[in-house]
Design a protein around this ligand. Structure first.
Ligand SMILES: NC(=O)c1ccc[n+]([C@@H]2O[C@H](COP(=O)([O-])OP(=O)(O)OC[C@H]3O[C@@H](n4cnc5c(N)ncnc54)[C@H](OP(=O)(O)O)[C@@H]3O)[C@@H](O)[C@H]2O)c1
Length: 292
């Protein structure tokens, strides 16, 4: 039985910088993990407006914070105030975790590792797979980075705004010259042309996210590829309309909760140096989502 969560005068502090932050599941996930391991740590939401990012980042060290997570819309804006970046942060151009050590600010992107660990946990191994990624926003950058690192055979990024997909592919192709990265418009015809030549489909768009749960980024006139696994980064709802359709067609599916848990778990390990209790973090996130 874990000790009840409480903040003491000696608590080590981490927080979440974003705008807004009130719907985030990170505070409940991390505080449950601290309590489980009996750590005198606390995770607090820190609402920071876009005009206050610099003061907020400087203030973390001034207030003796160990670090912070960073969420929308500040993942790019914080970079100029950091001293060093890990390769995922540097290449994706987005930081979601800060660790302060001896007054120096280290920036990480834990979404890429979190995404990959969620696939592996679901026994999905992207090495040598042909992958279709729907969407070309911030999450897609972390996903394509992770897939290229994991040596996927080929990755095609489909996006409503095709130029944004072209830009993403162009950016990452410099770092991964041997990866086969392509882009295409997110249209019925482009997905029909893909046919069955795909092993893994990943939705990184926000289409299907609550409250717009009936929408689906996979057009209704395009058949589900015969054997591809379908992964959706969305975790609210846990089973999106896309995953429900793939499951009904008999395809394996992976929801977005695993990525949420594993990106948080990697941040937890960076800050505390301890192995995170991922089951406890998952349960806390599910409780936060109201999932039984
Ligand atoms: N599980 C996790 O841990 C985790 C982590 C990060 C993100 N996510 C989820 O991933 C999703 C994307 O997040 P993000 O940060 O990448 O957002 P983002 O940077 O704003 O990108 C949004 C993406 O969705 C596309 N899109 C939006 N509305 C669309 C529509 N009606 N039709 C077609 N495409 C549409 C955008 O296309 P355009 O470029 O054409 O606008 C873009 O590709 C969100 O649902 C978020 O909750 C989950």
């Amino acid at each position: 039985m874990s000790k009840p969560f409480q903040i003491t005068g000696k608590s080590s502090l981490v927080g979440l910088i974003g705008w807004p932050v009130e719907h985030s599941l990170s505070p409940v996930m991390h505080n449950a993990a601290f309590a489980e391991l009996g750590l005198d740590w606390a995770y607090v939401p820190l609402a920071v407006t876009p005009t206050s990012v610099e003061q907020a980042i400087r203030g973390l060290a001034a207030l003796s914070f160990v670090g912070a997570n960073v969420t929308v819309p500040h993942k790019q804006a914080v970079i100029r105030y950091l001293d060093e970046l890990n390769d995922a942060a540097q290449i994706t151009g987005a930081v979601n975790t800060i660790h302060i050590r001896e007054g120096k600010y280290f920036g990480y992107n834990t979404d890429a590792v979190g995404f990959l660990n969620s696939l592996i946990e679901a026994d999905c191994h992207p090495k040598d797979m042909r992958v279709a990624v729907l969407g070309a926003g911030g999450a897609s950058r972390a996903v394509v980075f992770a897939l290229a690192k994991a040596e996927a055979a080929a990755v095609t990024v489909f996006n409503r705004t095709a130029e944004r997909a072209a830009f993403l592919v162009d950016d990452l192709a410099d770092t991964f010259p041997d990866s086969h990265l392509h882009f295409a418009p997110l249209t019925s015809q482009a997905l029909i042309d893909l046919g069955d030549d795909v092993d893994l489909v990943i939705n990184t768009t926000s289409v299907g996210m609550s409250p717009d749960i009936d929408s689906n980024p996979w057009p209704s006139d395009v058949p589900i590829p015969s054997h591809a696994a379908f992964c959706d980064l969305i975790y609210n709802p846990l089973e999106t309309t896309l995953l429900a359709r793939a499951r009904a067609a008999g395809n394996p599916t992976i929801d977005g909760l695993g990525m949420l848990v594993h990106q948080g778990a990697f941040a937890f390990e960076i800050w505390t140096g301890q192995k995170p209790p991922t089951d406890v973090m998952r349960q806390a996130a599910m409780d936060g989502l109201g999932i039984k």
